[in-house]
Design a protein around this ligand. Structure first.
Ligand code: FAD
Ligand code: DLZ
Ligand code: SF4
Length: 511
């Protein structure tokens, strides 16, 4: 009798996949908690737990629909701790005649599964994961023959192709992009909405992780785990976003304030990245809410949100598949430094860094501007090696999977790709951070000081970065202005700035 084994990866929990349209006695689904996946990065404890909890809940739901499921728990005696070994074991034990898997999102796992299929004695098929708007190679085809990969042109093509916020072949309202309306600071006494959190009890899973030797980072309240772990909770979170946050999403998308960890962001990336919900339904829910309340939700709030998903998210995935595996080795500035120790503890006097890192350790989450313009900005100014950055971002965030982490980190944040994803490095002095946040007022360092004991480290390190990388950046039309300012500066002021930066960089662990 023919028997098929279907592998479900921890980030492929898509209950709408056509695999599940029929119940078939000759098909067995397998999910596995394995050390190759828990150990390829040092993950945040909430990330490992969130994935295991969602995998377990997904397996239970499949079983309740009469599908046959083999679930290999972390500490099961028969767990051989890798996809290939567990599959080989199952195939020989139960005489499977065919193996199927959904195309993985990660290059590393793609190679593992291809190799397995070549070496295994049974036939195999890879199918689409039926999640994204685009196929793996769509972006590559779209930009074929082009030297640059402008997100905006890809975004417009996506809007047209999928008929999202369109009126015929014109963008609704006549304007494609409202980014300019999305850069407000939070008013001083503004009290942001309290985020919707869940209270999942994941203590049993935590116990199993403690029994193993898995090394994790960050903290967790295992009796009240805040992240969604199934489709129902993901839909609730999406609903909360649409009804409570969307109306201010765009306006405060780039804003930051101490002790408020999510503001008006959706926190939907984890649910989407493990495929509990699809980008299509996330966008549809936001559009539906805007259509219901056009007087309360301005169009730019909606467009900003839709762009992140149908634009940036699909774009990053396309770049990943176009440029891997070389992408993971790029280091345009030849940066070689280590991450400061306090990236793992949050113990620094820099208020902005302390807040972004502490909340990352507490919630496995920071929003985009915290990742880009606080932690990423500092690390680029400090010349940290992109490998160190990737390891940190891949570990610490609950939504971190290489296809979207590496393009954002190595590309957008660290400019290690020399400008594939972004047109210029995202660096700033305290001026930008103060413009977008309430961090500087209560900081040990003084935002207005460029040199001296309490001068903000971002200020001198910013100029040091431009000075150090002049050969690579001076010709960039988007930053030529900065070099004019730098060149006009008095030599003694330049020297003082560079000496201050050198002092901070030498004593980076004491900042
Ligand atoms: P919202 O602000 O509510 O945005 C809505 C959705 O848009 C997100 O859920 C996400 O799916 C999508 N989105 C927004 N910006 C981006 C972007 N730049 N690239 C891709 N999708 C985007 N996102 C990840 O999903 N995983 C990562 O590992 C990851 N690593 C990052 C590392 C760095 C250095 C930077 C600068 C950004 C990274 N991002 C990553 C992008 C972005 O920060 C997160 O998607 C976002 O913060 C998730 O929170 P949210 O769901 O509340 O997003
Ligand atoms: C991230 C992760 C972790 C921590 N653990 C598992 C696991 O035990 N089993 C599993 O199937 N998937 C896990 N994942 C997600 C995978 O790393 C992810 O499926 C691949 O990186 C492909 O994107
Ligand atoms: Fe951050 Fe500098 Fe502002 Fe302090 S003064 S919060 S270190 S930007």
């Amino acid at each position: 009798m023919n028997k098929t084994l279907r592998l479900i990866l921890g980030d492929q929990l898509n209950s709408k996949h056509s695999w599940y349209n029929t119940v078939d006695d000759s098909v067995v689904y397998v999910l596995m908690e394995i050390r190759t996946e828990t150990d390829y990065a040092q993950h945040h404890i909430q990330k490992v737990i969130g994935i295991f909890a969602a995998m377990q809940s997904f397996a239970t739901a499949l079983k309740s629909k009469k599908h046959q499921v083999e679930y290999i728990h972390l500490n099961d005696a028969n767990n051989l701790q890798s996809f290939e070994k567990n599959i080989e074991n199952l195939v020989s034990k139960y005489n499977f005649t065919h193996l199927e898997y959904q195309l993985p999102d990660e290059y590393r796992v793609d190679v593992i599964l291809k190799n397995l299929c070549n070496s295994i004695s049974i036939s195999s098929t890879a199918v689409d994961s039926e999640h994204f708007f685009t196929s793996r190679n769509e972006l590559g085809n779209f930009f074929e023959g082009k030297k640059t990969f402008l997100m905006e042109s890809f975004y417009r093509a996506m809007r047209k192709k999928h008929n999202v916020l369109m009126e015929g072949d014109k963008p609704l309202t006549g304007q494609w992009n409202y980014d300019g309306d999305n850069r407000k600071k939070l008013p001083k006494n503004h009290k942001p909405i309290l985020p919707l959190v869940f209270d999942n009890d994941v203590s049993k899973i935590l116990k199993e992780i403690h029994k193993s030797t898995i090394k994790t980072i960050g903290s967790i309240d295992a009796k009240n785990f805040v992240w969604p772990i199934n489709r129902e909770q993901s839909l609730q979170l999406l609903d909360f976003f649409a009804t409570e946050c969307l109306q201010l999403f765009g306006s405060y998308q780039d804003a930051m304030t101490p002790n408020e960890w999510s503001l008006y962001h959706s926190r939907i990336s984890f649910s989407m990245n493990i495929k509990l919900i699809s980008p299509q339904e996330v966008i549809a829910r936001a559009i539906e809410e805007w259509e219901k309340r056009p007087d309360e939700i301005e169009y730019h709030q909606l467009e900003g949100f839709v762009r992140q998903i149908i634009g940036w998210r699909e774009y990053m995935r396309g770049i990943y598949w176009l440029k891997m595996p070389e992408y993971a080795t790029l280091n345009y500035f030849n940066n070689q430094e280590k991450l400061p120790d306090w990236f793992w503890t949050g113990k620094t006097k820099m208020n902005c860094m302390k807040d972004a890192i502490t909340q990352s350790l507490n919630y496995a989450y920071a929003h985009h501007i915290q990742r880009l313009m606080i932690t990423g900005n500092f690390a680029l100014l400090a010349g940290v090696h992109p490998d160190e950055m990737d390891a940190w971002y891949l570990g610490i965030y609950i939504d971190a999977f290489e296809w979207v982490e590496i393009t954002n980190t190595r590309g957008m944040s660290q400019f290690a790709d020399g400008g594939i994803v972004g047109t210029k490095p995202y660096v700033s002095s305290a001026t930008y951070i103060d413009k977008m946040s309430h961090y500087c007022g209560s900081c040990y360092y003084k935002k207005a000081l460029k040199v001296g004991e309490k001068s903000c480290p971002f200020n001198s390190m910013y100029w040091n970065f431009y000075d150090k990388n002049e050969d690579k950046l001076a010709k960039n039309p988007r930053i030529g202005m900065m070099y004019k300012v730098w060149q006009k500066m008095k030599p003694e002021d330049k020297t003082a700035l560079l000496e201050q930066a050198a002092y901070y960089l030498k004593n980076i662990n004491e900042l």
